[in-house]
Design a protein around this ligand. Structure first.
Ligand SMILES: Cc1ncc(COP(=O)(O)O)c(C=O)c1O
Length: 292
């Protein structure tokens, strides 16, 4: 089992992967990425992640990209790594060209990086049982958070502040006082038996886990509604829940110094987590589950 990189089609131990200093991903963050979760060596929600990647590339006006060939390289790297429980990181930059804000003309070959590495869910699993504390933090990001670009400095600053405060995540609050999402997870909340979340648009990333959860709640007969909440309204919700590719489903029990609900993980979070796990298991068993 080895952390493997596949850089521009060439597989190697990740420590050996090198990118030129003129790479636009390095210089400008001119790149997009995806993180896939692997269960038993298979990429979960693969088709959806590819659809989001295709959209990110299009929104940033990248030249046409052969995603079928990328899928083959991902499969090859996973097989070579022999990792079963892990993540696949994929990053595509606009390529290598002398530093200039304008795009290379004619376009150059993009840089493609795939990294397959193990992921241990143990620590998060323990937090799932107790629930997590989070902080609130100003949302300092740009105005196209719907694009999964590697411009993550504002996310990093907020998460670092959270970690220094002993917290799992930072809930981001925009200039008008509304909650958007968290630094690397989507935020859902429950009020009066209904699940709610910020409607999709440029202020949040369209999360794959959130999409899945919104499909699962239909079967659970939990009503869902898109809505905007202020931070005080979020703190007054019955439950607040984080969802994401690596976190999966994590209940929040405290935001800043305010307990959420009873201060324990709530029943909706538990139902969502059970439904999520069951869907993964169904998919792994090759039965109906979520269409892939
Ligand atoms: C800002 C942000 N929101 C939400 C998410 C959750 O998205 P997904 O469920 O696709 O992992 C992520 C994941 O990286 C993220 O970076």
């Amino acid at each position: 089992m080895q952390v493997l990189a596949c850089l521009n089609g060439e597989t190697m131990p990740v420590e050996q992967a090198r990118v030129p200093v003129w790479d636009r991903g390095f210089l400008f963050g001119d790149s997009v990425y995806e993180v896939f979760r692997m269960y038993r060596g298979r990429c979960w929600l693969e088709r959806e992640h590819f659809a989001r990647l295709r959209r990110s590339l299009k929104e940033l006006d990248f030249p046409p990209y052969d995603l079928d060939a990328l899928a083959e390289r991902i499969a090859r790297t996973i097989a070579a790594s022999r990792i079963h429980e892990g993540t696949v990181y994929v990053q595509i930059t606009r390529g290598v060209a002398p530093r200039s804000h304008t795009f290379p003309d004619p376009p150059v070959s993009p840089t493609e990086l795939i990294v397959v590495r193990p992921y241990d869910d143990g620590p998060t699993e323990r937090l799932r049982a107790t629930g997590v504390k989070v902080i609130s933090h100003p949302d300092l990001r740009w105005k196209r958070c719907d694009i999964k670009s590697t411009n993550l400095l504002a996310n990093c600053l907020a998460l670092e502040t959270a970690h220094r405060a002993g917290c799992y995540e930072a809930i981001l609050v925009d200039a008008a006082g509304f909650v958007t999402e968290a630094t690397h997870t989507s935020v859902l909340w429950a009020r009066q038996g209904r699940l709610e979340a910020t409607p999709e648009g440029p202020v949040i990333l369209p999360g794959m886990t959130r999409h899945l959860i919104l499909r699962l709640v239909e079967a659970l007969e939990i009503p869902f509604v898109g809505s905007h909440v202020t931070l005080p309204e979020l703190k007054a919700a019955d439950e607040v829940i984080l969802v994401g590719t690596t976190s999966e489903v994590v209940p929040i029990v405290q935001i800043d110094d305010v307990l959420i609900g009873s201060g324990n993980p709530g029943p909706i979070a538990r139902r969502l987590w059970n439904a999520y796990r069951q869907d993964v298991e169904r998919w792994l068993a090759g039965a109906a589950g979520t269409p892939q």
